[in-house]
Unconditional design. Sequence first.
Length: 245
Amino acid sequence: MGGLLEPWRKMTRPTFVGIENIPDERPLLFVGNHTLFGLLDVPLMFFELWKQRGIFLRGLGDHIHFKVPVWGEFLRRVGVVDGTRDNCASLMRAGEAVLVFPGGAREVLKRKGERYQLIWKNRLGFAKMALRHRCTIVPFGAVGADDAYDIVIDGDDVIRSPLGKLGKRLGILHEDLVVPLARGAAGTPLPKPQRFYFRFEPPIPTAEWAGRDDEATAREVRDRTRSAVEHALHELLVLRDRQRS
């Protein structure tokens, strides 16, 4: 994996901040922001955590990934599993380091003006699982990939179009699963060169809640995690702008 990533690493020059914040205890639940298209930065983080800390991340993937021939099998081979609660529970009971993006597909398929915004809606699942299994949460932020493309036509544009309205009436168009049309370097599908940044915030132990997983407690954990991820994004954007100036 390191050999395959080396050209991409040279192009993106990834910077990692706060890796020392990651505790040695297990299980861990890494929770962060999903960037546009979701594929440009995640492999870099997987490799760096393995290289620096010996952490083999087990990502929770959207169900749709595993319905795609070849692609689904590739994800399984690199440790990603179908993101069901049963799979998540099994990983946590086994003391694994699990990766989840609460924004899911909707956060990957961004609209115009949504760079580095968290679109978690009212999801509490990751917080309930962490509480149930007394799993320490590691919040993180990732910056760079959202700047690699400019969105030309987003999901809202498609939904407002005659074709989109027809798709909704027929029940074949899901608002959260509309892939935006974006352009990269020189108007091509290739990503624009960007430096990538990752920041790991101090962990959030869930043992202090003594295994509670009720709605109110889960909401408190979710909101604390969200605030930590937003703080990481803010600090990374400041760092990026300072380095650019």
